[in-house]
Design a protein around this ligand. Structure first.
Ligand SMILES: Nc1ncnc2c1ncn2[C@@H]1O[C@H](COP(=O)(O)OP(=O)(O)OP(=O)(O)O)[C@@H](O)[C@H]1O
Length: 983
């Protein structure tokens, strides 16, 4: 799975040279943030770890042991599990890189990272996995003046080694000594030997300055299972291999400060050159991560990184895999606390910040062939035993016995091993088979063990649960998609063969793409970044402080210092955990203003319900509502996004304005913002304790003023747009054909609960103003009903403020279906909105599309009321029974799901096809909904209902089918959708 490079920053003590130069301490560390005072400004950077190693007497002093625990331990764990790992130390010369990596004083707890990892490998892990065989090889090289030198070569002179690129395994150094080690003493002496050979020299900045980049590599292979006996030479043990690179980079230096000349100057130039190349590579890798997911998806990892200048230096070429490939990677940024080094410190911190955005994809290096052989052997043994016992059982039983885990994949595993070439020097094989199973095999009945199903603990099941598709877990698992690595390669054929609904296929593909691109699954439904705000899902009200309009606030923008104070304090608050903060915040809001609960009626709360549990909602005590807590979790995330985005006002202001605009639909009023401010201030005070100083409070006030003013300006413009539209509507009688949100369905149709009558529909003229989506721009608001039906968008008419539920179908697909006179697969039909989720791009595309004469998409509005039976009868050409069944099932499912989210309770009710002159309008599309029934039932009953009533519907469909209307054609169809809009 793709994950970002973890970054730790360590601040070393002042050294004699700095003290003598009268330097003061200009760096501070708080939790994981590092702040630097420079040129009268304070710059703050956040990392995964920040170590204050300046003064041992300081209570926050971080010693080497802590570094080893945070970085060395995961390194050991990953190594033993078969994952590649890399730690590289970066920083100004003399900043403490070698100290952190290689320091080996007599005190065990003070040993550097490299000795710690070696020690741990030989002692702890050997003791832990007594029965496994652990094989270890060590290599040690340095890149000095752009030449690779073998530090373990016994001779004095080391020739310049070449670095080669293996087509499958990446960079390696032929001829480099790789010493097998069986004891810790072997490794220690090799490490000492190599360290002594490394080029160091005294410079002004560091008496023992490393003049080269050193790469210490541990290659480990863990063999599990019984060792082959002497009689049986075949080694069938499972093998997990890993490669760990521990890289001590030479320090960047300024010639003026290091006082280098002659040879030292040449060294310094080579060092700086390769570090610049590294910086460039990191910058470009970080930029790739910023690209929209879909653009990245189309290219393989190799293709994506092809343009990255890894070959610009030997260092970047060698580290390619650790920076962009199969590795879990840590960077340690070493900095000096001295005021005289603040420039360099900031530059290191900047570099560290960009590294934090780079992602690698670590794969477990398992020898699948051995695993496959073992599994097949076990299967043969098991089948033999079953045959032996078959007398007592029926053949059918034998057929239904659960296939063991891995049998399908085993065949593929073997095939994939054949494809891969032998392990390159110093490089592990990786295999990621895509199981391709015959449809027959996939559909074979699989009997689960009683109680827990075999798939229940798999990562695939967890993933599917998280994305709301748990119903396919067993089928996928039993077909060989047992791990995420395999699942990401699933093809459309597989999904279809496994009976995954078309909408769900799209959804699964999309989530897998996100997963592959490194969007953490838990965050798939959360908006972390400002840019994500408009991407998906319903967005709860983010009430902010009442404030004058933007114009009044001129000059009240928070200063950089205040922004950084707000950001830092928010980071501290978030450390408590979003759920805790959200719960407290929600409680405070309800305490301050109990009537605010009206903003969160059951229809809103149910969108945040966890339907997989029986969680209770108590109307009298909303503060304990789990759904509301979740909703406030989103609010807290939204505040976090706003806080994080404050540095970039150009992006921030439109995003906040838009957010404010949208809140008109949540009935948010300006006065709610005051409540929000009060509650949030109390939450901050409680959460931050002493850290909530007067200065921080003031900074938050400024930030609030700014954010709320921006949001309120959006809210006000939405309100005024809505008002002017109301006025327009009241002036134009025909406009009332499009029911306004305040009209009730019954009042609109006059037939009770919005049921649509044929005669009403037939007599409804296609009036002015009924065209929902002529040229009006629409904006995607959120995703609806992911769980059951895949993705449906809710869109908002920017001019009319109308809400529509939308499924989008590919134009080509629609045309095809139109040609074959077939019903579009379902009214909430398959989405394949080209390059669907592109964040903001997506929105723009939809807007464009809606304004496009070609009208590629099916649009529909879902609401209460409407009678499917009547609607079916209204279709002149009738329906095939199968189509009708499918139709009602799909509609009912879709509606049940929309209803669960409170989104199907709009006033008007119809499905609409693109336009009355569109070929689809007459030939393939159908109007009406079963919602009148569904809404009176709880969501799950709606589904049951849908199934139960299929026969009834089929009859109606057949009835319709018997009606013939030879004149019905696209041009003559009297029932274009707008006519069904209730009056
Ligand atoms: N955490 C620390 N605690 C105590 N002393 C430290 C620490 N980090 C570094 N030092 C001291 O600072 C000096 C420079 O450290 P070191 O040689 O590790 O720097 P470096 O970044 O590797 O430099 P170069 O890039 O020039 O090789 C050494 O004397 C080292 O002992």
């Amino acid at each position: 799975m793709a994950e970002t490079i973890k970054v730790a920053v360590r601040v070393r003590p002042l050294v004699q040279r700095e003290i003598e130069a009268g330097a003061t301490i200009a760096v501070a560390v708080h939790n994981n943030a590092v702040a630097v005072n420079h040129a009268g400004q304070r710059r703050t950077f956040g990392f995964d770890h920040a170590y204050w190693s300046v003064d041992p007497k300081d209570p926050n002093f971080a010693n080497q042991e802590q570094v080893n625990t945070d970085i060395g331990k995961p390194c050991l764990e990953n190594m033993i599990k078969g994952y590649n790992f890399c730690v590289f130390a970066y920083g100004q010369t003399g900043a403490g890189k070698t100290h952190t990596l290689s320091n080996s004083p007599t005190k065990e707890k003070q040993m550097g990272l490299i000795p710690y990892v070696l020690e741990g490998l030989f002692t702890q892990h050997r003791a832990k996995f007594k029965n496994d065989e652990l094989r270890i090889w060590i290599s040690f090289m340095e890149i000095y003046n752009e030449q690779i030198r073998d530090l373990l070569s016994p001779g004095r002179e080391t020739t310049d080694l070449k670095v080669r690129d293996h087509p499958e395994f990446g960079a390696y150094v032929p001829g480099l000594t790789e010493a097998p080690c069986s004891e810790i003493s072997d490794v220690k002496s090799l490490l000492d030997f190599g360290t002594k050979k490394r080029v160091t020299a005294a410079t002004n900045m560091n008496a023992g300055s490393s003049r080269s980049h050193a790469v210490f590599t541990i290659r480990a292979q863990r063999l599990t299972g019984p060792k082959p006996t002497t009689g049986n030479k075949k080694d069938d043990r499972k093998s997990l291999s890993s490669r760990v690179n521990l890289v001590d980079l030479a320090g960047s230096e300024r010639v003026a400060k290091s006082g280098a000349d002659g040879l030292r100057l040449r060294e310094g130039c080579a060092i700086n050159q390769s570090l610049t190349a590294l910086g460039l590579v990191i910058k470009q890798l970080a930029e790739i991560q910023q690209e929209p997911i879909n653009r990245r998806r189309r290219l393989s990892v190799d293709e994506r990184t092809k343009a990255i200048p890894f070959r610009a230096s030997k260092l970047t070429f060698l580290l390619r895999e650790s920076l962009a490939g199969n590795s879990r990677t840590f960077m340690v940024g070493a900095v000096s606390p001295a005021s005289i080094c603040a420039d360099e410190t900031i530059s290191t911190l900047r570099f560290a910040s960009s590294v934090k955005r780079v992602k690698t994809v670590a794969l477990q290096n398992v020898n699948k062939k051995q695993e496959a052989v073992a599994s097949l052997q076990a299967e043969v043994a098991r089948l033999a035993e079953m045959l032996h016992n078959a007398g007592a059982q029926g053949a059918g039983d034998v057929m239904h016995v659960r296939r063991p885990r891995g049998d399908v994949r085993d065949e593929r595993g073997v095939a994939s091993i054949r494809r891969s070439s032998p392990s390159a020097p110093g490089r592990m094989t990786k295999a990621s088979p895509t199981p391709k199973v015959s449809a027959k095999a996939q559909r074979r009945p699989v009997k689960s063990a009683p109680g827990l199903r075999p798939c229940d603990n798999s990562e695939v099941t967890k993933f599917l649960q998280q994305i709301g598709l748990p119903q396919y877990a067993e089928a996928l698992y039993n077909s060989g998609f047992e791990d995420m690595e395999t699942l990401v390669d699933i093809e459309e054929d597989h999904m279809r063969d496994l009976g995954i609904l078309p909408g769900h296929q799209v959804k699964l593909r999309k989530r897998l793409d996100e997963f592959e691109a490194g969007v953490p699954v838990v965050q798939i439904n959360q908006r972390k970044a400002l840019g994500d705000w408009e991407e998906e899902d319903d967005y709860p009200a983010v009430p902010v402080r009442i404030a004058p309009s933007m114009t009044l606030l001129k000059g009240a923008t928070p200063s950089e210092k205040q922004i950084s104070s707000v950001q830092l304090s928010w980071n501290h608050l978030k450390e408590i955990g979003t759920p805790v903060v959200a719960e407290y915040f929600c409680k405070k809001i309800l305490e301050i203003s109990p009537e605010i609960k009206d903003l969160f009626p059951p229809s809103v709360r149910c969108r945040y319900r966890d339907w997989s549990t029986d969680e209770e909602e108590d109307e009298r005590c909303l503060a304990s509502s789990p759904a509301l807590r979740r909703l406030f979790g989103r609010v807290i995330d939204a505040v976090g996004s706003a806080v994080a985005g404050m540095q970039d006002m150009n992006r921030m202001v439109p995003a906040l304005t838009e957010l404010g605009l949208r809140h008109v639909n949540y009935n948010v009023k300006e006065e709610h913002f005051q409540v929000f401010e009060k509650a949030l201030m109390i939450t901050l005070r409680e959460g931050l304790g002493d850290l909530f100083t007067k200065e921080v409070e003031f900074a938050w006030n400024m930030a609030f003023n700014f954010m709320s003013a921006t949001m309120i300006s959006g809210l006000r413009s939405a309100q005024s747009a809505a008002r002017s539209q109301q006025t327009e509507l009241s002036k134009e009688p025909n406009m009332s054909t499009t029911a306004t949100p305040t009209e009730t369905p019954s009042s609109a149709s006059g037939s009770g609960r919005g049921r649509l009558r044929a005669q009403d529909a037939a007599s409804t003229p296609f009036g002015v103003g009924t065209e929902l989506h002529g040229k009006e721009p629409y904006r995607i608001e959120r995703h609806l009903q992911k769980a059951i039906f895949g993705d449906v968008f809710e869109v908002l008419g920017l001019e009319s403020q109308r809400r529509l539920a939308v499924k989008v179908t590919e134009l080509e697909k629609m045309r095809l279906q139109a040609k074959h006179q077939a019903l579009v697969e379902s009214p909430l039909c398959e989405i394949r909105f080209a390059e669907m989720m592109k964040g903001l791009d997506n929105v723009i595309q939809l807007e464009d599309t809606f304004g496009d004469d070609d009208r590629h998409y099916v649009v529909m509005e879902l609401a209460s009321g409407g009678d499917l039976m009547e609607a079916l009868e209204l279709r002149h050409s009738g329906f095939q029974e199968e189509h009708a069944k499918k139709l009602i099932l799909d509609v009912a499912r879709g509606l049940a799901s929309l209803h669960m989210r409170g989104l199907a309770m709009q006033a008007s009710n119809y499905l609409a096809c693109p336009a009355h002159d569109h070929p689809l309008a007459a030939t393939t599309f159908f109007l009406g909904l079963a919602s009148g029934f569904c809404f009176s039932l709880p969501p799950c009953s709606s589904l049951c209902f849908a199934f139960c009533c299929s026969t009834m519907i089929a009859k109606a469909a057949l009835r319709c089918e018997n009606r013939t209307d030879p004149g019905s054609s696209s041009a003559q169809c009297p029932l274009d959708w707008p006519r069904l809009i209730p009056q």
